[in-house]
Each structure stands twice: as C-alpha cells, then as structure tokens.
Write a protein that binds this ligand. Structure first.
Ligand code: SF4
Length: 301
C-alpha cells in the first residue's frame, strides 16, 4: 500500500488529436478528488496543475505515470515542439504509460484524419506501429470511446498500490477487458431465446440481431462496472458499438451485418454452425412472457 508519507507518484497527462472526451469522462468520477490526491499532478490540461504545458516541454522534468489521450500524429506540435519529442522524452522516465481511450490505444476516430500516418501510441489498430515500441512494456491500453472513468481510476489505484497489472495481447488489463460487454447485460435472457428488440430505447428484447449490438464480440466490462454507477448502453436500449476493439469505428454502427439473414459475426469463441443450430432451436419456442411488454402502461392502473 502507498503509505501516507511515501512520495506521491508524479502524473503527467499529454494529448494528441482529441475531442477531450476521455478527460470529460474522467471528470465524472465520483471519487476524483480522493484519487488525484494520491498523485503529484505535474500537468493535466483540464486542471490548474503545477506546470503549464510550455513548462513541461521546456523544463525536461520526470514523471512516473504518463497518460496520453488522443490519436498520435507524428506531424503534430505542442507548445511549439514536436509531439513525438515530448512523448518519447517523458515515456523514458515513466514507469507506467496509459493510453486513455481508443484513439490513444489503437488510432480510433481521429485515425480517419490521416489513416496512413496516424495511430495509437503503441498500436496502429492491431499492429505495433506506434512511436512507443522501445517502451512497449510500460504501455497499458485503456480503450473505449470514451474511456470508462472507473477503469482509469482502477488502474491508477493499482499503480499506487504497486500491483501487477496483467494485460492481454493488445495491452488491455485483463481485469477489465477479459469479460465481454455482453456479460451482465440485463437482456441476456432475450439473447438466449432470440427475442429481438424492434427499436432503440425499449426495455425489452436483445439488440444483437436487428440493432447491431457488438457486445458478444467486444472485450469490455461495461455491464459489470456500470457507467455513472447506474447504467450502460445496452441497459438503456442502445447497442454496444464495440468501441474497445482495435477496428473501432466500423461503418454502419446500428446495423448487424448479415449474409442471407445469417449474422456475419457470431459470439466470440462460438462456432458459427453451433450458434446457428442453437439459435434455430431457440427461435421455435414462443415464450409469451418475453414477447410482451415488461410493463403495459395501458392496462396498469
Ligand atoms: S443487447 Fe447486446 S449485450 Fe445485451 S444480451 Fe443482446 S447482444 Fe448481449
């Protein structure tokens, strides 16, 4: 544990091309003050911190935890210095480098600005073509568009506590990304019996077959660690877009790609033939309870 008198780890937050969505998401953390109090804050763009970005660039300080938000563009400059130079310099002194969000992890939304040039800080989609190859062992990808504030808090707390953070092959922490977003969805019973939601925003039905839900193919704990501690996309009737995966963003986010009415992608690890057999059998059952409204406002007094 981090003792009260121990030196606080120095935290630096840098940005590439970004909409600031990860910063905004992090600001929703209910325990933000308590968490940040465990760090010496060198520079975070959204806060009044110890140093301005110009000072960070000029003074060649050192940091322990480097957070990078946004897509990496090798032509970008910050405080009139090449971003590459700033990033590589601070990456050397950091013990942990966190790619905050899908842009920093895999290229994400802003890779579209210059697909050949832009990338994440270590990965370009699934390939390690980013600038931090030499420091790759330090990189932790917290993908998501935006980042889940609790996931960032969880990893920062693990760093403070000197805990070993196990990663998958895309450098995402297994504690957070080994489940699929499908795990914990309140619509799982509809998924099992193949009862589809006909539109967004309803309480009933599964969004997989007709609304493009990617949760059965997406590594994320959105339905286990809820957003704002209360909800998730699928819980309010919106499909998962698979935003934690390296191929995000895909085209036609609200559509399930099918071929002769058969979904192109089936739940991870399930052979397509087995899925189709099970789905075919499940569809032959007509379970009245699942086909009706959960609450019928017309008949409820
Ligand atoms: S809505 Fe998505 S996450 Fe929920 S059960 Fe259906 S496929 Fe799974």
């Amino acid at each position: 544990m981090h003792s009260k008198n121990a030196k606080k780890p120095k935290l630096l937050w840098l940005q590439g091309i970004t909409c600031n969505g990860n910063t905004h998401s992090f600001l929703n953390l209910s325990s933000l003050d308590i968490l940040l109090d465990k760090f010496e804050l060198l520079h975070i763009p959204a806060f009044a911190t110890q140093y301005t970005l110009e000072e960070i660039v000029e003074c060649n300080l050192d940091c322990d935890v480097l957070i990078f938000e946004g897509t990496y563009d090798p032509l970008m400059r910050r405080a009139d210095v090449a971003l590459e130079k700033i990033l590589l310099y601070y990456a050397k002194s950091a013990s942990h480098i966190i790619a905050a969000g899908s842009c920093a992890s895999f290229g994400g939304m802003f890779k579209a600005v210059a697909p050949e040039r832009n990338s994440g800080i270590l990965f370009d989609e699934e390939e390690k073509l980013g600038p931090l190859k030499e420091d790759e062992k330090k990189v932790i990808n917290l993908s998501g568009c935006p980042i889940h504030p609790e996931w960032l808090a969880y990893i920062l707390q693990m760093i403070v506590n000197n805990m070993n953070i196990l990663l998958d092959e895309l450098h995402r922490p297994l504690e957070l990304y080994s489940p699929l977003a499908h795990h914990g969805c309140t619509r799982n019973e509809y998924f099992e019996w193949k009862v589809d939601a006909k539109s967004f925003g309803t309480k009933e039905g599964c969004l997989f077959y007709e609304q493009g839900c990617r949760a059965p193919m997406t590594h994320a704990s959105c339905n286990k660690i809820l957003w704002n501690e209360v909800s998730s996309k699928t819980r309010i009737g919106t499909p998962c877009f698979g935003c934690t995966e390296p191929d995000f963003p895909r085209k036609n986010l609200f559509k399930t790609k099918t071929n002769m009415s058969i979904p192109q992608d089936v739940p991870l690890g399930v052979p397509k033939r087995s899925y189709l057999t099970l789905a075919g059998i499940a569809k032959t059952f007509h379970i009245k309870r699942l086909e009706g409204k959960l609450i019928d406002y017309k008949t409820t007094p």
